[in-house]
Ligand binder design. Structure first.
Ligand code: NI
Length: 272
């Protein structure tokens, strides 16, 4: 078994800052990958966190009698505490410190499943569009697929250099205010790069990098475990208007309010 790659080369670090994303071939052992896949298959199958508003459909209206097309679970270690001591957490933190600086800390984690055959597209978006408009972020997401990812099962695509742009106008997916997930308006994807990854690898993207993942056409679930890292956000001199966040009325939010689930940290949620 190859040891996890914890040290990025100077070339990899420079490439990340230039392009806004990076593919890292090895971040996790195949043994741990298998263990995480079992944990997350169980969390999704048992609908862990649904009553708290922590498991919901990113791309659908999330009704109880509907099959989720893009289920997501946030704060999964609340339901599977063994995640907190997984080696992958240390590996990701080591990578984050190299890309963001020594003060980088873990902000949140979540997992996304694309169910076999019905797993929906994750439309083009910038993660920062989900966050606080009055803060300036220095943040990355480390996206660890829990099996090989290909064009057929929904690997990531990135637009090189898009992390240097402002946050684009977003809207709820399909302009349906009942849907939690966001999509950017007017994306020129002609320069997009698809990033298939073999099992054990990861992709990393900056919080402003435009990214997309295709549907899952295979008959196996596509799972990804994602950790968001950042240094302390700074107050912006001029705030922004992220009006698309206010336009949503989701069943997930209703469940979260009913359960009294607190948003992460100080309410300025980093994560989706
Ligand atoms: Ni994203």
């Amino acid at each position: 078994m190859q040891k996890p790659t914890l040290t990025l080369s100077k070339k990899q670090i420079a490439l990340f800052h230039q392009e806004g994303y990076l593919v890292v071939p090895v971040v996790i052992t195949l043994e741990e990958l298998e263990r995480l896949r079992e944990i997350f298959n169980h969390l999704f199958a048992s609908k862990a966190g649904r009553e708290d508003g922590n498991q919901y459909d990113l791309a659908g209206t999330d009704k109880d009698d509907q099959e989720a097309v893009l289920p997501q679970i946030v704060n999964p270690s609340k339901y599977a505490p063994e995640l907190e001591t997984a080696d992958i957490r240390d590996n990701m933190h080591a990578i984050a410190r190299q890309l963001l600086g020594p003060e980088a800390t873990s902000q949140s984690d979540h997992a996304i499943m694309k169910p076999p055959e019905v797993g929906a597209v994750t439309p083009w978006h910038q993660d920062e569009a989900y966050w606080a408009p009055d803060l300036e972020y220095n943040s990355i997401s480390i996206w660890v697929p829990l099996q090989e990812v290909t064009l057929e099962n929904g690997c990531m695509h990135f637009i090189p250099g898009s992390h240097k742009l402002e946050v684009a106008a977003h809207r709820p997916i399909g302009q349906d205010s009942r849907i939690h997930g966001l999509e950017a308006e007017q994306v020129d994807a002609s320069q997009a790069v698809a990033c298939p990854v073999t099992a054990g690898g990861a992709t990393i993207h900056h919080c402003r990098t435009l990214h997309y993942a295709g549907p899952n056409h295979t008959n196996h679930p596509r799972l990804a475990y994602i950790n968001v890292f950042a240094t302390s956000p700074k107050q912006r001199v001029i705030s922004r208007d992220f009006y698309w966040k206010d336009s949503r009325q989701t069943l997930r939010d209703e469940r979260r309010r009913a359960a009294g689930t607190k948003p992460t940290s100080d309410g300025r949620q980093i994560g989706s």
